[in-house]
Ligand binder design. Structure first.
Ligand SMILES: Nc1ncnc2c1ncn2[C@@H]1O[C@H](COP(=O)(O)OP(=O)(O)OP(=O)(O)O)[C@@H](O)[C@H]1O
Ligand SMILES: [Mg+2]
Ligand SMILES: [Mg+2]
Length: 526
């Protein structure tokens, strides 16, 4: 119980424990399946973002690396090789446990889970079946007041990857992934709909990313999920669960759960029974299919791994982990809101921020939108800064199908640009043009220099009044009818002339100054 014994004074400011929650959920009828209650429990496998694998010195790999180039003799199960625990994997598992408000076990241990498959060179996977590193945690979902209990968090090895080429009847094994560290996070069966399951995975992804434990990328397979589904009559005991294996997108997971719920209900309503099975999901047919029944379930012959001593985590290690914890999403959200940002702006910034790169071994990643915002808003109005960031910077990057991690505009450049617009030395329109120029040309020049080079200095009444006057006179000459109407007292038509001035000045003219000057030129002095 060491984690519970941590002196609360040692907890960083952004670290707060989730209050206890009721395990019982009130039943709300779902119109999709009236008279039935849905129960979901998830097992999530997240690849730990460490440089090296869990028990060997070889480097972890990414999708696209040449097959079998990140393999040590240990990963390939050469006889005589021994595991050596990577402490960085333990650090990241501890961060995960703390972020999920779990009890860190002072003593955990590694077990062998045996099965025979080509992606497992040793014939067993090292996992923590009997004594996981942490248990009894909780995750607050983002919608409603739902808290999902975490049953346990265990450290384990990833498998290799096997692919089958049917044309040549050839199985190929890539050992790059073999032995990469994973955390398996097992939830209690506390979710009551496919949407809650989706919310759980998304919230968990954000937590894992924020503590640097995993990049949680489902498309690239660094986060995989098994969904356990059952149905029961409200108030009755839980039904028999079926486990749908290896779901690799939140959307498909929700579809798979929905299909499975409907399958269970159909069986039960026609007097049949649900048998406990492990199932797969066919994305094209939107159907789950049987992989094996409980009777065919493999006997994993779990046994303690004789080559690995118990993993001992004392209070000093937990305190170190607590002190190294980055800010969690909940704390970040409240901090941004307290700086005067609207809920919407906060959500936009945070969702962009969650796309930042996750650093290796718990190091901070680059490309964070919140850190960028915070540097930028030093000494500037946060609302003006967030407007420039969300509407202009993100908007222009989005139009080029680029993400914030590809943003070429430095905080210094963006800051000077905002200041120039604020003090009137360039107009808002010119600011946007400058930003566009900096993004498209990946320019390292400061905006003041670029504005001079591109002749974008604002034409206001005071500065360069001659140019503005010239533009106004040209507009009057070019639009004589409109000018005539204004002279007769219809001031609204002046906007057409202002529009012409703005266009001819390529956005450099200050609209208010142009309006005033046009009025001076067209209307009799009062
Ligand atoms: N009746 C049920 N309906 C829905 N989910 C359930 C039900 N009973 C258990 N579960 C969920 O099933 C999951 C069981 O996962 P766990 O890792 O403990 O065992 P397992 O699936 O038997 O083992 P393995 O790791 O080998 O797949 C948990 O998330 C749990 O909440
Ligand atoms: Mg499991
Ligand atoms: Mg399971």
């Amino acid at each position: 119980m060491l984690a519970r014994a941590v002196n609360p004074c040692l907890l960083p400011r952004n670290f707060h424990r989730i209050r206890p929650f009721p395990a019982e959920r009130t039943y709300h009828e779902d119109p999709r399946w009236p008279g039935w209650e849905v129960v979901v429990g998830l097992e999530v496998h997240a690849q730990l973002k460490t440089r090296q694998k869990l028990f060997s010195e070889s480097l972890t790999s990414e999708l696209g690396h040449v097959a079998n180039t990140h393999v040590s003799p240990y990963d390939a199960a050469f006889p005589g090789t021994l595991p050596h625990l990577n402490s960085k994997c333990v650090d990241l598992a501890l961060r995960t446990a703390l972020a999920l408000d779990s009890k860190v076990q002072p003593r955990s241990a590694f077990d062998r889970k045996h099965y025979f498959y080509s992606d497992l060179p040793t014939g067993y996977q090292i996992t923590q079946h009997y004594a996981p590193i942490a248990s009894d945690g909780a995750l607050h979902l983002s919608r409603g007041d739902v808290v999902v209990r975490i049953k346990q968090i265990q450290l384990e090895q990833d498998t290799a990857k096997s692919t089958f080429d049917p044309r040549h009847h050839l199985s190929q094994i890539d050992l790059n992934r073999a032995g990469t560290g994973l955390v398996e996070i097992v939830s209690e069966s506390d979710m009551r709909s496919p949407e809650e399951a989706g919310d759980y995975v998304r919230t968990l992804q954000a937590v894992l990313r924020s503590v640097g434990a995993s990049d949680g990328n489902m498309e690239q397979g660094s986060l995989r999920c098994d969904a356990n589904v059952s149905v029961n009559k409200p108030g009755g005991p839980f039904g028999t669960r079926c486990e749908i294996k290896n779901l690799n997108s939140v959307k498909f997971m929700m579809v798979a759960i929905t299909c499975e719920v409907l399958r269970h209900i159909k069986l039960l309503e026609t007097g049949q029974v649900v048998s406990q099975e492990t199932r797969g999901f066919d994305e094209l047919k939107s159907q789950t299919f049987k992989l094996r029944s409980k009777e065919d379930a493999p006997d994993y012959r779990y046994m303690p791994d004789p080559n690995l001593p118990p993993l001992l985590v004392n209070q000093a290690i937990i305190t170190l982990a607590i002190n190294s914890m980055p800010e969690l999403p909940g704390a970040m959200r409240s901090r941004l809101c307290s700086q005067g940002l609207s809920k919407r702006d906060t959500e936009v910034l945070m969702s962009v921020d969650s796309g930042r790169e996750v650093g290796f071994d718990g190091e901070p990643g680059s490309g964070g939108a919140v850190a960028y915002f915070e540097s930028l808003s030093k000494g500037r109005d946060p609302k003006i800064v967030v407007n420039w960031m969300t509407h202009e910077l993100l908007g222009q990057l989005g139009a080029r199908k680029e993400t914030f991690t590809q943003n070429p505009v430095s905080v210094e450049q963006m800051g000077e640009l905002i200041d120039m617009v604020q003090d009137g030395s360039i107009t808002g329109t010119s600011g946007k043009t400058l930003l566009h120029h900096m993004i498209t040309h990946r320019s390292r020049e400061m905006p003041s220099k670029l504005a001079a080079d591109l002749s974008l200095a604002a034409l206001s009444k005071n500065s360069l009044s001659d140019s503005l006057k010239k533009l106004c006179e040209e507009a009057i000459a070019a639009l004589p009818e409109e000018a005539g109407v204004v002279r007769k007292g219809n001031e609204r038509v002046i906007m057409k002339l202002v529009g012409k001035v703005m266009k001819d000045s390529r956005g450099r003219a200050d609209a208010k100054a142009a309006t005033d000057l046009l009025k001076e030129l067209l209307l009799p002095k009062q």
